[in-house]
Design a protein around this ligand. Structure first.
Ligand SMILES: Cc1cc2nc3c(=O)[nH]c(=O)nc-3n(C[C@H](O)[C@H](O)[C@H](O)COP(=O)(O)OP(=O)(O)OC[C@H]3O[C@@H](n4cnc5c(N)ncnc54)[C@H](O)[C@@H]3O)c2cc1C
Length: 433
């Protein structure tokens, strides 16, 4: 066990590889004075930026307010793994959403990645997007699970092939003795998430969307024309969308009770030689193992290994973050011993009890999106699209998500953390079997 510390945050980006390699440093103005818009979106991560962009594409007059910088939260800190699917096993909610709702959610899980593909192509966003992904097995039962997933993807109409790989075959993608085999697909992939989000914000701005940075919303006044207020200004709008996810604090207690900010961490090595990069990840794929506290990794465009993991419910990070992550990384790739770690950082994931994204309305004209439970790069894009569709009166598939029941964490964040920690210990113990 290791000692923990709180994440050190400022209004600027955390000291990550992504912030250091951003295409541009954003510098949108802070909100001052009283303004109007059709729709005001709170939170400048993937959920907020893409909701605003979808609406601007439809001709709405949109304003986006971010407390820090565009992509400052989980969006600009994640593993960059683009994974399909929305939450887990929507069949659990058949009573609330029916067969049609379940079908809609699986369909959205396929479309989610296409939204990213379209954005990158349409707005020519330089974010190192690559397709190719492997789930890797540590236990024989993981292989059984992968065979079931492979069959399942066909039943939901996923057009991409999924290929089971044995111990030798997996090495053509992920060259580590640690894995018994894997499941490869080209439906999923990886990218530089901060550059994607910055590019999406630029597209929004070019379409006339107003963007305000370093402007924390401190009050929301509901009403026929709701008002959002920062310390220095306000925006009155016909519709408000709240997309602050794990970072929204107590702004709306009903929402914060349903989402638990949990930490995950990533390290980036120094750039590897072309030979070493080719040796460890010959397929240049993104990789995940199926454990509760999983390892996830991939190469950056400049051949660093970005290695993530350590999901925990304390919301804190190890005091010796580099050392702890280095140990995990060299368990997978012993040949990286003595490789320098240039960056180490952590961020908050919004966890919900039932592991389904939370999408809905506090009133007719106040919407919210949150809680992707660690799997949000592609799903945020899809949830943003269906929220925009709802606001534009275009589609009913929003209802499938909005009708899923969500629970508050009993006893608030403190007890919630304790309950999840117990649950996680149980699942970690199962992972050892
Ligand atoms: C370390 C880490 C690794 C991850 N790896 C992956 C991965 O590889 N693949 C994957 O699919 N998912 C991954 N995730 C999850 C994924 O990053 C998130 O699900 C996704 O980015 C959530 O986006 P969001 O816009 O909803 O929230 P965020 O990106 O957290 O954005 C919320 C924004 O709202 C702003 N905000 C909050 N309150 C206010 C307020 N009152 N006023 C104004 N602004 C406010 C915050 O400053 C923040 O910028 C990872 C997450 C972390 C932390």
């Amino acid at each position: 066990m290791f000692g923990l510390r709180a994440l050190k945050e400022t209004q600027e980006h955390t000291h990550s590889f992504y912030a250091a390699s951003a295409n541009t440093a954003t510098a949108y103005p802070a909100l001052t004075g009283d303004k109007q818009a059709d729709v005001v979106v709170v939170g400048g991560g993937f959920s907020g930026v893409n909701t605003a962009l979808e609406l601007a594409e439809r001709g709405f007059d949109v304003a986006l307010i971010e407390a820090n910088r565009i992509g400052w939260g989980a969006t600009g800190r994640n593993g960059g793994q683009v994974i399909g699917g929305i939450g887990h096993t929507p069949e659990r909610f058949k009573k609330s959403i029916g067969e049609a709702g379940i079908r809609d959610i699986y369909q959205m899980g396929i479309e989610a990645r296409d939204v990213i593909r379209e954005r990158v192509e349409r707005y020519d966003i330089q974010c190192d997007l690559k397709w190719g992904y492997c789930d890797v097995a540590l236990k024989p039962r993981h292989m059984k699970q992968f065979a079931e997933w492979q069959a399942f993807e066909k039943t939901i109409g996923n057009p991409h092939p999924y290929t089971l790989l044995d111990r030798e075959e997996i090495k053509t993608y992920v060259n580590s003795d640690r894995y018994l085999g894997g499941l490869h697909n080209t439906a999923n992939g990886h990218l530089h998430p901060l550059n994607l989000c910055i590019g999406e914000a630029q597209a929004l701005n070019a379409l006339g969307g107003a963007i305000y940075e370093q402007s924390r919303v401190v009050v929301i006044e509901p009403g026929a024309l709701p008002v959002v207020r920062t310390e220095a200004g306000s925006i009155t709008a016909k519709t408000v969308v709240l997309a602050g996810n794990a970072y929204m604090g107590g702004l709306v207690p009903k929402l914060s009770k349903q989402v638990l900010p949990s930490a995950s961490s990533v390290i980036a090595t120094a750039p590897l030689s072309p030979e070493l990069a080719q040796q460890i990840l010959p397929g240049d794929v993104a990789v995940c193992d199926p454990r509760t506290a999983l390892d996830y990794f991939r190469l950056s465009a400049d051949r660093r290994l970005l290695f993530g993991g350590l999901s925990n419910y304390t919301g804190m990070e190890p005091k010796n973050l580099k050392g702890v992550m280095y140990k995990k990384m060299t368990q997978v790739f012993p040949e990286l011993e003595n490789t320098a770690i240039d960056y180490a950082w952590s961020g908050w994931i919004g966890i919900g009890i039932n592991r389904m994204p939370q999408l809905g309305q506090l009133s007719d004209n106040i919407h919210y999106i949150q809680a992707y439970s660690g799997h949000g790069v592609a799903p945020t894009h899809m949830m943003a699209r269906v929220t925009a569709e709802k606001i534009a009166g275009e589609s009913s598939r929003f209802e499938a998500m909005a009708n899923i029941p969500h629970m508050a964490f009993p006893g608030g964040p403190l007890l919630g953390r304790a309950i999840l920690a117990v649950g996680m210990t149980y699942y970690k113990a199962l992972d050892l079997l």
